[in-house]
Design a protein around this ligand. Structure first.
Ligand code: PGA
Length: 222
């Protein structure tokens, strides 16, 4: 695993977009693992304007806040609707919820993820797998750390409005994907990205487990 430096955010987004287009040319039934956050927005714009056909596609989102209705503007389901699903029709899109999370991994094993999109938090989290999360974790409920609540408060009116819990795919769930793209945008992600890719593999930096994945591409831009 190495860090591929892109010249711009657009270039990074397009690289992954083209990777997805190629996969769907080979197999229109491919399954996508989708991420939210600011980083994949450029990728979703690229895909929204692409000819790629997702009408046979199942998608699984990585995570969702607890206790936010799906139509709350900060829910991840709402985010996906706004940024991708409004432009591209999918066969079926799943989000982990209080109701389904015990079966989420069974569903993913039935429809194995061909391409998983990932961002990274400034503390090395992937999805909501915060430092300390076990490598064997499956989809589970998490208490968000102060760091993550602070990072995400920019999307809410105030820090008090940020939910304190979320449901997330675990490290093991993510590692089952056949191909993973880890994307990082901005100098503030550089240190943690280097630690994740070249540092020791342990749960202090959950993204470091990706070093053990056979087909992960790490893309970075400033
Ligand atoms: P960001 O979040 O894309 O908004 O930087 C990434 C993450 O926290 O996983």
């Amino acid at each position: 695993m190495e860090i591929i430096k892109c010249n711009s955010y657009e270039e990074m987004s397009k690289k992954v977009g083209v990777g997805i287009e190629n996969q769907f040319e080979k197999n229109p039934f491919s399954v996508l693992g989708l991420a939210t956050g600011s980083t994949p927005i450029g990728l979703y714009q690229y895909l929204s304007n692409s000819k790629v056909d997702f009408s046979k596609t199942f998608s699984f989102n990585l995570d969702e806040y607890m206790d936010l209705p799906f139509n709350h503007p900060q829910s991840y389901e709402y985010f996906m609707e706004e940024n991708l699903f409004a432009y591209k029709q999918f066969r079926k899109s799943y989000f982990p919820s209080e109701k389904n999370y015990r079966n989420y991994d069974v569903m993913i094993q039935r429809f194995p993820i061909d391409i998983q999109i990932l961002g990274i938090g400034t503390n090395g989290h992937i999805a909501f797998n915060e430092p300390g999360t076990s490598k064997d974790s499956l989809t589970h409920v998490v208490d968000l750390t102060e760091n993550t609540i602070k990072d995400n408060s920019r999307f809410f009116d105030s820090i008090e409005d940020v939910p304190k819990q979320a449901i997330t795919m675990g490290i093991k769930s993510i590692m089952r994907a056949k191909k993973i793209y880890l994307l990082a945008n901005g100098k503030h992600k550089k240190d943690i990205l280097e630690k994740s890719v070249y540092g020791e593999i342990n749960s202090d930096v959950p993204a470091s487990f990706l070093q053990e994945h056979k087909n992960t591409e790490v893309l970075y831009c400033e």
